[in-house]
Design a binder for this molecule. Sequence first.
Ligand code: ADP
Length: 240
Amino acid sequence: MSLVTLTGVAKRFSNGTQALSDLSFAIAPGEFVSLLGPSGCGKSTALRLIAGLIAPDSGDIHWNGARPETGFVFQEPTLMPWADALTNARLALDLKKVPRAQGNAIAAAALTRLGLKGFESAMPRELSGGMKMRVSIARALAAKPRLLLMDEPFAALDEITRAALNDDLLALAREDAITVIFVTHSVVESAYLSDRVLVMSPRPGRVREEIRLPSGKRDRMSPAFGEIQARVARALMVPA
Ligand code: ADP
């Protein structure tokens, strides 16, 4: 049974750009699915449609039951610069009017899960890019989402930081059984993280190929992972 199903979704912006045409896929609960495609193919638009921030022109987005509690993580950590890490991580809880002491406890626990124990009162300017992204993920997880929508969250980070965050994200998503829809244009990242990769065509975007990957933890150095990457790369690189 799917969590959400998109059927024949199309989106054209008011300036005439046809971002998506006939986008169809289903996401099962607990899956980690990457939307992989070239820049401008409509990946962010698909995520915003799923988030309900914009509406499709045609086609259908069907939730099996109520829309789940949803967290967002964007490429920019979008932290409030005047607020410390704890206050930033507490944002969704403040918006939900969770009592302050309870919010602080939940946000502190989320920061600890992201490896930021001891940095609760650090200001964003005192944190590295990777640490800011960790606060951003802690903020999303503090709200106990069932679905996490991530839009190129690690694209601006160096490779070592990115690899560490990939591992931590996978562990946290599995631990909480969160469904993740992850937008990326990185073959390596999608191959490393995903249960399934939806390879999108250039704009107007639609799913060109669906690749189900072997379950279990990947070894970045192994020939088997090299083969997985090659499978994904072949699907992405075929001429349109
Ligand atoms: P991706 O995430 O794959 O890079 P986007 O979904 O951001 O692609 O954009 C898809 C296309 O739609 C691009 O050509 C982009 O310029 C255009 N686009 C995105 N948002 C808007 C908007 N609000 N108004 C007009 N065009 C937009």
